[in-house]
Design a protein around this ligand. Sequence first.
Ligand code: NAG
Ligand code: NAG
Ligand code: NAG
Ligand code: ZN
Length: 369
Amino acid sequence: MYLLLFVFINISLYECSGVEGLDLKYDYTKYHRMEEIYEWMQDMEEMNPELISSTVYGQTFERKNITLMKLGLKNPEGREKRVIWMDCGIHAREWIAPAFCQWFVKEIVQSYKTSVDLQTMLQNLDFYVTPVINVDGYMYSWTDNSTRRWRKSRSSPPAGSGCYGVDLNRNFNANWGTVGVSFESCSDIYCGTGPGSEPEARAVMDFIGEMSEKVLCFLTIHSAGQLILLPYGHPQIKAPNYEELVSVGEAAAAQMKKLHGMTYRVGTSPQILYPNSGSSRDWARLSGIPFSYTFELRDTGEFSHLLPEEQIQPACEEAYAGALSIISYVHDKSFRNSTVPNGDSSRFSPRAVLVTLLCSCLSVSITVG
Ligand SMILES: *[C@@H]1O[C@H](CO)[C@@H](O)[C@H](O)[C@H]1NC(C)=O
Ligand SMILES: *[C@@H]1O[C@H](CO)[C@@H](O)[C@H](O)[C@H]1NC(C)=O
Ligand SMILES: *[C@@H]1O[C@H](CO)[C@@H](O)[C@H](O)[C@H]1NC(C)=O
Ligand SMILES: [Zn+2]
């Protein structure tokens, strides 16, 4: 009986290897429907209440919740925390992006208990992760083969048109409507009727706009092309910290290459892709968030948005390394000096001991007096 149980447990563990961790039922090497992702978000929150909480910060055109997961630990000194933003799935067909947001959360959940560096980061930072922003489009792309390549949202056609949806990554209030967009509603890069005309873009702008001075880093995940894009999409505007954005991006690309040898190019959108306007990345930088990047994940054209499931794991592993590289840099830049190396050293410094002694003497003399 015990032997049987033992064998059974071993088989179960074996079957789930590669999917180990606190959520054994979930397969991170498959693409998932929106209903499964919503359920997974709830499960992860319930299983990791000390780390994860969720917030509904908007609704899509079809009234689906836009939900983020906040990952963070209590700051032991009660100091105010800063924010790292990550969103996935603003373009419906880029299925590797939601898969990566889920992978990212899984990695943090599995490793923070044994990583002092990650714990320190989670005490100083809250990670806000939205696995799918364009919920309507993502669900539509799951309908059948004819909708699999859908990119936009699913808002109703404007008067006189039969074409649904807006390119949400052209709808943000950042040089809106100036370059790399279309005003034709049937186009895949239709920018909408005005900056923030779409509820999905509006939700992000409203939510982050309220706390933009707390946000250190904005990462928005797309595919494909293996690029790390930095502001701005408009060829005539240069970010004040352009050089630093490039060097931090290149450090991330170097970490990514180490894993599976894949090359990710780094630059502004006009430099290595095409000019555009109204992107969330540009909006974030214009809002004062110092580090803002678009990740274009695998591949470079063979499968493009139809990346096979066999590549989910390697693609996510390298993307995690890249994201962590940027987040670590951003964290250290803000917190390195105020974090005491080796934890408690200051408490046991000679000066601290002396102060403690003096205080004890004082309290003794006060008591006696
Ligand atoms: C959407 O979010 C609201 C508010 O948080 C919640 O009450 C509601 O149950 C959610 N709807 C679904 C379908 O999960
Ligand atoms: C959908 O596409 C897949 C892969 O291209 C193919 O195997 C499948 O037969 C298609 N299904 C339909 C209903 O056309
Ligand atoms: C950290 O220290 C360096 C050099 O001592 C200083 O230039 C920098 O401004 C400090 N950073 C913070 C966040 O205090
Ligand atoms: Zn995209």
